[in-house]
Design a protein around this ligand. Structure first.
Ligand SMILES: Cc1cc2nc3c(=O)[nH]c(=O)nc-3n(C[C@H](O)[C@H](O)[C@H](O)COP(=O)(O)OP(=O)(O)OC[C@H]3O[C@@H](n4cnc5c(N)ncnc54)[C@H](O)[C@@H]3O)c2cc1C
Length: 309
């Protein structure tokens, strides 16, 4: 199989990768964006995006993905479909191995492979994602005005987002598999003081029921009791998983969750390798951050190339 070489390779075509692609294409850098699925990344998982500036009426995730792609393509984005399985970052010229058997080498690499929401992995979840099953309260809370929603999780994100949801939903039921929360005490105290939040302890969701949207949840208590809870939506906030199986995690100094630390210029621990978007070790995972980091990563890659040449 052939090996092709590019000055810059961008791994992943979500908002971070597409923005990196836009900046690289406009800078007339010799670049290649590799995406294994559809360009747009996680944005394609959400029905509606209301918090990306420039779209006062909001837009669908699909539309935003399409617009980002079209904008990069207007400047001749060079992209291909391919699944990167592994890479060698030990030499100045980095090499990526694709599932197709192809090798691609580059002088600089931007890792923008993103993350995937951790799923409950129960019946009904996949089918109803975007139809009442959500993984992002910041994004989808306004759709549940005056409705009843469940939040699954017990960490800071779940408890804080449950409180955020009470600004919209008339009732929020937090379901946790243990008998106490993991969230920090102050966060817990606020949630306990909020009379719109009620708690179901020691309980897991075993199925999500509904035809065109979420209607109810099947619950299993630790003592074996089975019950059903009628809700209009469920927020699964049990963490995200880094898309990192193809990355040399030790070399990149990955954090405990497998996310990649960078400095504020998106430089990783490996010279010439940058990370942008949800794959980065950070707290806020939103489209706007991913896009900004994609832009910064390209400018840093350009600077790196100036220094080495
Ligand atoms: C349901 C949901 C709703 C959301 N709603 C909002 C919202 O309203 N507003 C908001 O700001 N944010 C929202 N977010 C968060 C937002 O989608 C992410 O922060 C953003 O998409 C991150 O962009 P990214 O480019 O870093 O990664 P991703 O979007 O995860 O894209 C990474 C891309 O890399 C590709 N990739 C991964 N591994 C490989 C590989 N080995 N080879 C080739 N390609 C690979 C993936 O296929 C993917 O396309 C939402 C997230 C979810 C899950």
């Amino acid at each position: 199989m052939s090996t092709t070489h590019h000055t810059l390779v961008i791994l992943g075509g979500g908002p971070a990768g597409l923005t990196a692609g836009l900046y690289a294409a406009r800078a007339r850098m010799d670049h290649l964006l590799i995406e294994k699925g559809a360009e747009g990344g996680q944005v394609l998982l959400t029905d509606w995006i209301d918090n990306y500036p420039g779209f006062p009426e909001g837009l669908t995730g699909f539309d935003l993905a399409e617009k980002m792609t079209a904008q990069a393509k207007r400047f001749d984005l060079n992209s291909m479909f391919g699944n990167v399985l592994s890479m060698d970052l030990s030499a100045p010229v980095k090499t990526l191995e694709l599932e197709s058997g192809e090798s691609i080498s580059c002088d600089t690499l931007i890792i923008s492979s993103g993350a995937s929401p951790r799923a409950l992995d129960v019946p009904g979840e996949k089918e109803l994602t975007g139809k009442g099953v959500s993984y992002c309260a910041t994004c989808d809370a306004p759709f549940y005005r005056n409705l009843h929603v469940a939040v699954v999780g017990g960490g800071n994100t779940a408890v804080q987002e449950a409180a955020h949801l009470t600004k919209f939903a008339h009732r929020v039921t937090l379901i946790h598999r243990r008998d106490q929360l993991r969230a920090t005490k102050v966060v817990q105290e606020k949630a306990f003081a909020n009379d719109k939040i009620d708690f179901i302890w020691d309980t897991t969701v075993t199925a999500i029921e509904g035809k065109d949207g979420v209607e109810s949840l099947d619950l299993l208590n630790r003592d074996g009791t089975v019950s059903s809870l009628a809700v209009d939506g469920i927020f699964v906030l049990i963490g995200v998983i880094a898309n990192n199986t193809m990355l040399p995690l030790r070399e990149l100094n990955a954090d405990q969750g497998g996310f990649i630390p960078t400095d504020c210029e998106m430089r990783t621990a490996v010279d010439g390798v940058f990370a942008a978007g949800d794959i980065r070790s950070k707290n806020v995972r939103q489209v706007i951050n991913a896009a900004g980091e994609g832009a910064t990563a390209v400018l840093s890659a350009e600077e790196y190339l100036h220094i080495i040449h």
